[in-house]
Design a protein around this ligand. Structure first.
Ligand code: ADP
Length: 523
C-alpha cells in the first residue's frame, strides 16, 4: 500500500520504545503487585488457619476444665467426709446430695476402677468410663477420693450426657475460659471475633457461637476424653481481621488488574494514535507529491503541444489535429483532478452543496460515457454498454453523479493492463437504480476492498507508480453516493477485474427524502 502504511522503521521503533518503555514496566509492576499481594494474603490466611487450629484445641481443653470445675464443686463435701474416714454409705450420700446438673451419683470402690480411663486436667486426674445398655451415649465422670492417710480409696462421680454438657456450657466456655490474649495481628485478633461450632458425629451441628465469616481458614479438632466423638470447628467471623484482609486483598488485586489493563489499553490506544498521526503526516507528504506530479504532467504536455503548434513545427494538418486532441485530453485530466480536489476540500469542510432534483440517470450515463469515449478509444479500450431504454428517475445532483461515474471510468482505465475492456450497465433494482462500471483489470484483494474507499488510500499494485492518482476518487464517489442516500458495491477478484456499482434510491422513496435532508454534507 502506498500512503497509509508507515515505514517499518518508524513503526517498529515506536512500538519498541513506547511498548517496552511504558507498557512492559507497568505490566511487570502490576504483576509484581498482584504476586506480592497474593503472598501477603496467603500468609495472612495461613496464620489465621493456624490460629483457628490452636483455638480449636483450646476450646477442647476449656471444656475439660469446665467439666473438672463442675465436678470439683460437687465433690467437695464427699471428699471432706472421705478424708475424715467416714464410711462409704455417708460418702455416697454426700455425692448424691450434690448431683447438680448430673444424675446417677456413685461411689466406685478402688477395685472397680480398672475399666476407667484417665485424663489429666490442670494436673488433676479426671476419671471417665462410657456407659452401656440404658446408659449408652452417657459417660461416668468422677474424681479420686482419698482416706485419712492420703491413700486413694475409690472415686466418686456422676453419669453425664456429654452432648448436653457441651451445648449447655458452650457460651460460658467461649466467654470465660478461652485465652483472650490475642496472638495475632499486633493484638487485633481476639476470641470475640471467633465463630465456634460444636459437631456431634456425622457433622451434625450441636451448637454455635457467632456465624463464621470465612470457612477457608476454619479448622476442626476432635474432642477427647468423655467428649470423644464430638468435634469443634473454629473460624473467623466476618469482622475478623483475617476476613477483611482477604476481602481487601481481592479488592486490591481487582484494582491492580484494572490499572494494568488501563495502562495497556492506554498505551495501545496511544500507540495507535501516534502511528495514525505519523501515517497522516506521511499521507499528506505523499498526497502533495502525487498532486504536484499529477498537475505538472498534463501542464507540461499541454505546453509542449501549444509551443509546437505556435512554432508551426507540425508537418501536416493530421499532426496538428493530434496535438489539439492531446491538449483537449490533458485539459480534461487536469479538470478532473482539480474538480476532485475542490470537491474533496468542500466535502471535508462540510461546504459541498448538492442541488437535488429528479435526475434521469440514463441521460447522465450516456453523456458521461460519451465525454469519456475519446480517452477510451485513444487507449484502445473496448466499451460494452448494457443500458435499458428507460430508468426510473433518481433524486440527486446530476453533476455530482456524473463526477462519480467519471472517476469509476477513469479508474477502470488506469487499473487495466492488457485486457482492455470496460463495461457500463444500468438497471432498476428493488426501489433503487444501479449503475455499474466493470473492467477486466488488476482487481482488488478482498482485504483491501473496504480501505480503498478511504481518503488518500492507494494500493501498492505494482501499477501505482506508473498510474497517477491522489487517492481521492473512490473516497469522493463513496461520500457523494452516501449523500444521495445510496451506497457503493464492489465485486472484485485480483487478476480478473472489478465491478463498482452505484446504488441510488429512486425518486420519491423514503431514502430519497432522507437524502434531501442531507443536502449539505459534512465530512
Ligand atoms: P487513485 O485512483 O487516485 O489512486 P482512488 O480513490 O480512485 O484513487 O482509488 C484508490 C485505490 O483503489 C487506487 O489507488 C487503486 O489501488 C484502487 N483501485 C481503484 N479502482 C480500481 C480498479 N478499477 N481496479 C483495481 N484497483 C482499483
Amino acid at each position: 500500500m502506498f500512503g497509509t502504511r508507515l515505514s517499518p522503521l518508524i513503526s517498529r521503533r515506536l512500538v519498541t520504545i513506547i511498548g517496552l518503555g511504558v507498557a512492559l514496566p507497568a505490566l511487570v509492576l502490576a504483576g509484581l503487585g498482584i504476586y506480592l499481594t497474593l503472598q501477603i494474603a496467603r500468609a495472612v490466611e495461613d496464620e489465621s488457619a493456624r490460629y483457628n487450629s490452636y483455638m480449636a484445641l483450646q476450646v477442647g481443653e476449656a471444656f475439660e476444665q469446665e467439666l473438672m470445675s463442675v465436678l470439683r464443686r460437687s465433690i467437695t463435701r464427699a471428699e471432706n467426709l472421705s478424708r475424715t474416714g467416714a464410711d462409704p454409705v455417708a460418702v455416697q450420700a454426700a455425692i448424691e446430695s450434690e448431683t447438680g446438673e448430673f444424675q446417677g451419683a456413685q461411689l466406685v470402690p478402688l477395685d472397680d476402677l480398672d475399666g476407667f480411663s484417665l485424663l489429666i486436667v490442670e494436673s488433676q486426674p479426671l476419671l471417665f468410663a462410657p456407659g452401656e445398655g440404658d446408659r449408652r451415649g452417657q459417660y461416668f465422670v468422677g474424681l479420686l477420693l482419698r482416706g485419712p492417710d492420703g491413700q486413694v480409696t475409690g472415686a466418686g462421680g456422676w453419669w453425664m450426657d456429654p452432648r448436653g454438657f457441651l451445648v449447655r456450657h458452650l457460651p460460658a466456655v467461649t466467654q470465660d475460659r478461652l485465652p483472650s490474649n490475642p496472638r495475632l495481628y499486633g493484638g487485633f485478633e481476639s476470641t470475640r471475633r471467633l465463630s465456634v461450632t460444636l459437631f456431634a458425629g456425622f457433622g451434625q451441628v450441636l451448637a454455635r457461637v457467632r456465624e463464621p465469616g470465612n470457612l477457608r481458614t476454619a479448622r476442626t479438632e476432635p474432642l477427647v476424653g468423655p467428649f470423644e466423638g464430638c468435634a469443634v470447628r473454629v473460624a473467623a467471623t466476618s469482622n475478623a481481621p483475617a476476613v477483611w484482609t482477604t476481602r481487601f486483598v481481592s479488592l486490591e488485586i481487582t484494582f491492580i488488574s484494572l490499572m494494568g489493563m488501563a495502562i495497556v489499553l492506554a498505551t495501545a490506544f496511544g500507540l495507535r494514535y501516534t502511528i495514525r498521526q505519523l501515517e497522516l503526516a506521511q499521507i499528506k507528504a505523499g498526497f502533495v507529491s502525487n498532486v504536484t506530479h499529477e498537475l505538472k504532467t498534463p501542464i507540461a504536455l499541454i505546453r509542449l503541444a501549444v509551443e509546437t503548434l505556435e512554432m508551426r513545427r507540425v508537418g501536416s494538418p493530421e499532426e496538428s489535429e493530434r496535438f489539439l486532441r492531446s491538449i483537449g485530453r490533458e485539459t480534461l485530466r487536469l479538470q478532473q483532478l482539480v474538480d476532485n480536489i475542490l470537491d474533496f476540500a468542500r466535502l471535508e469542510a462540510g461546504q459541498r452543496v448538492f442541488r437535488f432534483e429528479d435526475v434521469d440517470l440514463l441521460a447522465v450515463v450516456h453523456e458521461t460515457v460519451e465525454s469519456f469515449r475519446p480517452r477510451l478509444e485513444h487507449q484502445g479500450f473496448r466499451l460494452d454498454l448494457d443500458l435499458p431504454p428507460s430508468l426510473p428517475a433518481v433524486r440527486g445532483d446530476a453533476t455530482a453523479l456524473s463526477h462519480c461515474l467519471l472517476n469509476l471510468l477513469d479508474n477502470a482505465l488506469k487499473y487495466s493492463r492488457t485486457q482492455r475492456e470496460v463495461g457500463v450497465a444500468a438497471a432498476a433494482r428493488d426501489g433503487a437504480v444501479v449503475v455499474s462500471v466493470t473492467d477486466r483489470g488488476i482487481g482488488i484483494a478482498p482485504g483491501d476492498q473496504r480501505r480503498i474507499f478511504e481518503k488518500f488510500v492507494r494500493l501498492d499494485t505494482g501499477l501505482v507508480h506508473d498510474v497517477k492518482g491522489a487517492g481521492l476518487g473512490l473516497s469522493l464517489v463513496d461520500q457523494i453516493v452516501r449523500a444521495h442516500g445510496g451506497h457503493v458495491e464492489l465485486e472484485s477478484r485480483p487478476g480478473e477485474g472489478s465491478t463498482f456499482t452505484l446504488v441510488l434510491p429512486r425518486a420519491g422513496g423514503a431514502e430519497a427524502s432522507q437524502a434531501d435532508s442531507r443536502q449539505r454534507t459534512g465530512s
